[in-house]
Design a protein around this ligand. Structure first.
Ligand SMILES: [Mg+2]
Ligand SMILES: [Zn+2]
Length: 220
C-alpha cells in the first residue's frame, strides 16, 4: 500500500537563518545604546525575558524610519542558498513561512529587496511613538510568557492541522520552535542549546543541507 505522506510545511527563522547577518544586531550596533549587548547577554542566560529585552533594546534606538530602512537595504544579505530553496518549495506547493522574533519592517524590507515579497510571515510590530521606537507583540502566547512571539504556538497549530512541520533556526528565539516542530534544523546558538537540553535537531549550515535531508527522508 502506498504511504500517504502528510503535506510538509517549512517554518523558518529570519535573522541569521534566512539572512547571513542579524537585522537587530545591525540596527542596535548603529543606532542603539552601547550597552545593548549587556541586555542581550541577560536574554541569552534567561535573567531577562526576550520580550522585555527586545523592548528596552529598541527603546534606546535613535534613528528615523528612513535610517533603519537604509541599514536593512544596504547591510543585510540573504543566505545565497535560501532563494533557490524557497523557489523549489514553492514549485512543489510546499509552504515556507517566516517566523521571526524580530520585526515586520525588517522582513518586508529585506524580502522586497530580494524580490521575494510577498512571503507569509509572523513577526513583532515595530513602530515610532513620540520619537521612541516601540515593539508590539501581536502574537502573544498562551503557553509561553518568555518569547515576544512564541514560535512554538503556530508550529503546534500547523501540526494539529495535519502538516508535517519542519523548522529551521539559529538563535534564542527559536527554542520553543525547536521543541514544537516534528523535524528541527539547528545551527549556531540553537544547535548548542538543543545539544545541551536533549532536544533532537539536525545540524545545518545552508538550505542545501535542509533540502538534502528532506530528500534523504523522501519527504519531497
Ligand atoms: Mg535567528
Ligand atoms: Zn516561547
Amino acid at each position: 500500500m502506498p504511504t500517504i505522506q502528510k503535506p510538509l510545511l517549512i517554518a523558518c527563522d529570519f535573522d541569521g537563518t534566512i539572512t547571513r547577518n542579524d537585522t537587530l544586531v545591525r540596527i542596535l550596533d548603529q543606532y542603539g545604546s552601547p550597552s545593548w549587548r549587556k541586555i542581550q547577554d541577560k536574554v541569552v542566560d534567561g535573567s531577562v525575558s526576550i520580550r522585555e529585552g527586545l523592548q528596552s533594546e529598541m527603546n534606546s534606538v535613535k534613528a528615523s524610519p528612513e535610517q533603519l530602512i537604509k541599514v536593512l537595504t544596504e547591510q543585510i544579505d540573504l543566505d545565497p542558498s535560501f532563494q533557490p530553496f524557497f523557489r523549489r518549495m514553492r514549485a512543489q506547493g510546499i509552504p515556507v513561512v517566516v517566523l521571526t522574533g524580530g520585526f515586520d519592517l525588517c522582513v518586508e524590507t529585506v524580502m522586497t529587496r530580494a524580490g521575494l515579497w510577498p512571503v507569509p510571515y509572523l513577526a513583532n510590530r515595530l513602530f515610532l511613538n513620540k520619537g521612541t521606537w516601540q515593539v508590539e507583540f501581536p502574537y502573544p502566547s498562551i503557553s509561553c510568557s518568555d518569547c515576544g512571539h512564541c514560535k512554538g504556538d503556530p508550529i503546534r497549530t500547523w501540526t494539529e492541522q495535519g502538516y508535517t512541520t519542519v523548522f529551521a533556526g539559529n538563535g534564542v528565539t527559536d527554542r520553543c520552535g525547536a521543541l514544537a516542530a516534528q523535524l528541527t534544523f539547528a545551527k549556531d546558538e540553537l544547535k548548542t542549546w538543543c545539544a545541551g537540553n536533549g532536544v533532537t535537531a539536525v545540524s545545518f549550515q545552508s538550505f542545501d543541507d535542509i533540502h538534502q535531508e528532506l530528500e534523504n527522508r523522501q519527504w519531497l
